[in-house]
Design a protein around this ligand. Structure first.
Ligand SMILES: N[C@@H](CCC(=O)N[C@@H](CS)C(=O)NCC(=O)O)C(=O)O
Length: 222
């Protein structure tokens, strides 16, 4: 049985859902896993206790970058890493930018405080962290804008894992209305292009009880 253990508002889970969609892998059941419950059967699959975990054709994979690399190697088309080594390095640099730097400076501050704490029933949002996340996201959107005024996609002329990682994070933050799309026209145009891809659309139907999405969230033209 092919399964993806995920959480609807987990950027790393969304990243793998988009990759599976781009590579046209069908027949993967989505299983919602609340990692903080530390379910023993889940820990046996994922010693880190984190989503996503992908079970595909008898192989169990965890860590979104390891999963992505596995899928890129076993299902090479369409490519999500460029053929040229320098361009490939650029795509990996920017994917890591979002998975590590953006995650630490923005996603952890906003999503953790506004959503996860509520789901985990682990206290009240920390205003200082929310202010830090709200301030930091501006610099990241400006940097994305700078790139997208020079390139069609974040790492060059083709869609890569960098765009997928970035969009996975931003879509979670958009769910809680924490993205100012008016800040940069090139970023808004880029996100509208990603949003309308068939691989992305299923994500926009996710709902998390207790959180109301802004009206533009699932609107493909904003
Ligand atoms: N480096 C990991 C990060 C995964 C991650 O942080 N997952 C979060 C949800 S977005 C999680 O499961 N957190 C629970 C925990 O760390 O206990 C990846 O790329 O898959």
């Amino acid at each position: 049985m092919n399964r993806l253990f995920h959480l609807p508002l987990s950027p790393f889970s969304r990243k793998i859902r988009i990759v599976l969609g781009e590579k046209k892998v069908s027949g993967v059941d989505l299983v919602e896993e609340r990692p903080w419950e530390r379910r023993m059967d889940f820990l046996l699959l994922s010693p880190a206790g984190q989503v996503p975990v992908l079970q595909l054709n008898g192989t169990t994979l965890s860590d979104s970058t390891a999963i992505f690399e596995y899928l890129e190697e076993t299902i090479p088309e369409p490519r999500l890493l460029p053929r040229d080594p320098a361009q490939r390095a650029e795509a990996r640099r920017l994917a890591a930018w979002f998975d590590i730097k953006f995650q630490r400076e923005v996603t952890e501050n906003l999503l953790q405080e506004r959503v996860n704490k509520k789901l985990m029933k682990s206290g009240y949002p920390d205003g200082a962290r929310i202010r830090a996340g709200s301030a930091n996201i501006k610099y990241h959107l400006d940097y994305m804008g700078w790139l997208l005024e020079r390139r069609h996609w974040l790492a060059g002329e083709a869609l890569t894992i960098a765009d997928i990682s970035a969009a996975a994070h931003l879509s979670c933050l958009d769910y809680i209305n924490d993205v100012d799309w008016g800040r940069n026209a090139a970023v808004k145009d880029w996100y509208a292009r990603i949003k309308s891809r068939p691989s992305f659309r299923p994500l926009l139907n996710d709902t998390v009880p207790g959180f109301t999405v802004p009206s533009h969230y699932a609107n493909l033209d904003f």
